[in-house]
Write a protein that binds this ligand. Sequence first.
Ligand code: PEP
Length: 252
Amino acid sequence: MRKNIVAGNWKMNNSLNQTKTLIGDLIVELKGVELVNTRVIIAPSFVNLQEAIKGTENNEIEVVAQNMHYAENGAYTGEVSAEMLSSIGIKTVILGHSERRAYFNETDEILTQKVTAALANNLDVIFCFGEQLEDRESENHFNIVEAQLKNVLFELPTNAFKNIILAYEPVWAIGTGKTASADQAQEMHSFIRKTLSEKYNAELAESVSILYGGSVKPNNAEEIFSKPDVDGGLIGGASLKAKDFSAIVKAI
Ligand code: PEP
C-alpha cells in the first residue's frame, strides 16, 4: 500500500537556532499522534541538515534535502553532491521544485541528470512538477504535466519508481494563498496515475505516492487529503509554524 506523506519544504528559512526550536516544537506538537502508514518529512537548508538529523533522532520525523547537484564532485563552487548528502545520513532529496526551475534555470535536461544521480547514489527523490497559470487558463495543464513527467522520468526503469515520490504543484498555487480546489487536485492526480499506468503498468501507478503542493493550510488540508489519489502534501509556508504543520499532519 502506498504511503501517505506530509513534507515541509522550509526553503531558505530558519537559522541554526530557529531550526532547533522548530524541530523541538514539532516534536511536542506531534507527540502521541499516531502516524498510520504516514511519513512526516522536513526539508531544512543544507547547512542545518546535520543538526536537524540530530534533533529528530528517536522519532519519526525524516529529514530530507531541498536540492543537489548532478555531478559526483568537482569544480562546482557552492554546490552539494548526492554523495555528500548520503554521507551525512540523508536518504531523500527534493528535485524540480518550481523555484529551482524558475530562478535557477533548472530545465528538464538538468533534472534528468539530477534524478539519475540521486537514484545512482541511493537517494529517493521527491520530484516536483506543475503547470503555470497561463497553462491552466489555456487548458494546456494536462499536456504540460505529462511532458514534465515524460521528459524527466519516463526513461527510468519500472523499479526506479519504488524510490520516487511525485509532488504535483501548480505554480500558480505556490506561496500565493490560492489553492487548487480539492477536485482540481484529484482530477490532476488521477490523470498522473493514468499516465503512469499507460506508460508502465497499473500496479506501478497504484504504488506511487502523489503529493499535492500549493498553499496547503490547516483549514484546507483535510478536504484536499480526502481525495483518493492525493496521498499527502508538500507544504511550504505552513511548514514553518509547528502548530500549522502538525495540524496538517493530523489532517492526513
Ligand atoms: C512549495 O513551495 O512547495 C509550496 C507548496 O509552498 P506553499 O505551501 O507556501 O504554497
